[in-house]
Design a protein around this ligand. Structure first.
Ligand code: FE2
Ligand code: FE2
Length: 240
């Protein structure tokens, strides 16, 4: 609830349904609708509690102004690892983007959401690597020294078995010509966050410039099939 412009208004934020399901929380919507009227409206457009996005946002604006610090650091640290290992720029960018869906959008099936989010702007191989890293994370590959993550034992328990669609995605990826690109993403996917390690996003400016086709109108406004996903991060509190 904030005052916007000259007109003092209470702006109500309706929670996004998907984050509420199964949490035994009361459905707030009726109570919020009941408060509408007079100076009380729904939050629409820029939420003053969030940093203002530029009119034509570019990729790194989302990292700086929208992404949760934990996700941002994880992505920057993973990409730095790939950069320091001297890996191909495509792999470095895939590492920088691999968990992008978790930045400010959604965690569930993040590889698939992330791949879709970037598909119009990157080489097909990069989007493919982002999509499949989610499944590949569950399956070791001794040939490159990738083991099942200790963190996953903690996250999901020692008996966890990935669902059939993840197994199928792994098998499909295993025999694909781009397998190693996605596997390298998992190899540079940091298991834990290194405290005190701050990676300057500027480090990736050139690689992003060479491999991420920023739309002239800004992400969210280029009328691409995924523009609405970027807009949802710009205006996450819009009720419609
Ligand atoms: Fe991931
Ligand atoms: Fe990751």
């Amino acid at each position: 609830m904030n005052d916007v412009g000259n007109t003092p208004r209470r702006r109500l934020i309706v929670p996004q349904p998907i984050g509420q399901l199964g949490r035994d929380l009361p459905d707030e919507e009726n109570a919020l609708f009941a408060q509408l009227g007079g100076e009380t409206v729904f939050m629409m457009g820029d939420n003053p509690a969030l940093p203002t996005m530029p009119e034509k946002p570019q990729l790194m604006d989302f990292y700086r102004l929208r992404f949760r610090a934990m996700a941002r650091n994880h992505l920057l640290q993973s990409a730095k690892l790939a950069l320091d290992a001297g890996l191909d720029e495509k792999v470095v960018l895939a590492c920088l983007l691999h968990d992008i869906a978790m930045g400010a959008l959604i965690r569930t099936d993040h590889g698939y959401w992330g791949a879709q989010l970037i598909a119009p702007y990157v080489d097909e191989e990069i989007a493919w690597a982002v999509r499949y890293h989610q499944a590949l994370r569950f399956y070791p590959d001794a040939s490159v020294g990738y083991a099942y993550p200790d963190a996953y034992v903690r996250f999901f328990g020692p008996d966890y078995v990935p669902p059939a669609y993840i197994r199928a995605a792994y098998e499909e990826a295993r025999s694909h010509r781009w397998y190693m690109t996605s596997r390298l993403v998992t190899l540079n996917d940091l298991y834990s966050f290194e405290d005190g390690v701050v990676v300057d996003p500027e480090l990736f400016t050139d690689i992003v410039g060479r491999h991420f086709r920023q739309p002239r109108e800004g992400l969210g406004f280029d009328n691409s099939p995924v523009a609405h996903m970027w807009r949802s991060m710009i205006w996450p509190n819009n009720p419609l």
